[in-house]
Ligand binder design. Sequence first.
Ligand code: NAD
Ligand code: ZN
Length: 353
Amino acid sequence: MVPRVVFGRGSFNQLSEILSLKRLNRNAPFIYLIDDVFKNNSWISSRISLSYDDEIIYVSTKDEPKTGQVDKLVEGIILKYKERPSGIIGIGGGSILDLAKAVSIMLTNKGESKEYQGWDLVKNSAIYHVGIPTISGTGAEVSRTAILTGPELKLGINSDYTPFDQVILDPELTKDVDKDQWFYTGMDCYIHCIESLNGTYLNEFSKTYGEKAFDLCKEIFLSDDLSSEESQDKLMMASWHGGMSIAYSQVGVAHALSYGLSYLLGVKHGIGNCLVFDHLEEYYPEGVAIFKEMKLKHNIQLPTGICANLTDREFDIMIGVALSLKPLWENALGKNWEKITSPEKLKALYKKI
Ligand code: NAD
Ligand code: ZN
């Protein structure tokens, strides 16, 4: 679990004070990885106080994080500074948060980041890392994974060293998120809850968090009574609880298929989940019915024909990625999942997208 967290509108202003206690020495900088959507936005940068060799690196999130991108960032940092940084601070959505987690791990672990995609492969503690989400839904701020696309797989670095040492939850940072993106990333949280609450891995720990996040999502996406500030506050906490719920269970069918779409076509996580989930009545009937209600209420038009022109080989690649995620299928369908699902069934689902 994340050991330290502050919450509140304006809590981003506490960052300098929090970091001042963690500086190792003058030669050990703090490196800020920030979504480049904030590059010309002094509202964020003016509130960061840089000292000594501290550096801001703006990162594009056009594509989701890749293992090669992590390795390049780590190499750049090692070559540039005499000492290991005092810390890595990620400011952005799930893409930046995962990047920050992975970079902090790879600064203390040998080799390439692709070698650590999987479960519990990391040997040494990461350097101090702080996560500051600017869009709510993925739960990346609280999870024990840093999801990366590598040469062979889209798979997380899942380890006890992955979670942030400190998180700052300031819902005000999410105020300028575009409406469609708000919905897609918010639905990531909603789908985490549905997959966790309907999974065979469910336990009281996951259920407690999942039910709270599920109720918050229904309130945020279906009620007319919330102010935009209340909605931002609630979605940030829904994301946290949704992440906590899957931390001790698993996601399911929507995520498995969404990973296939993302690996082959670069479809981003939030929208990919929505594209898949829209067709999963067979697996999650009630969850999909509520999802369709939310989509209608916010007038969200999902793109169509994404898989229309794919070759058989391309379908096979996506199906291969989806089926390789065994824990997700076992959570969704039980120990006999291989008897319940089949490549043909997955192909039929992909063809609807
Ligand atoms: P994202 O980080 O890619 O951001 C989506 C878009 O929103 C980007 O264009 C970004 O520039 C913009 N944005 C972010 N904050 C903004 C703000 N305050 N104002 C205006 N625009 C803003 O999207 P995401 O949905 O948060 O994250 C997706 C990534 O998270 C994927 O790589 C996925 O694999 C990963 N993920 C990780 C976990 C985990 O537990 N580690 C869980 C789910 C998803
Ligand atoms: Zn997700």
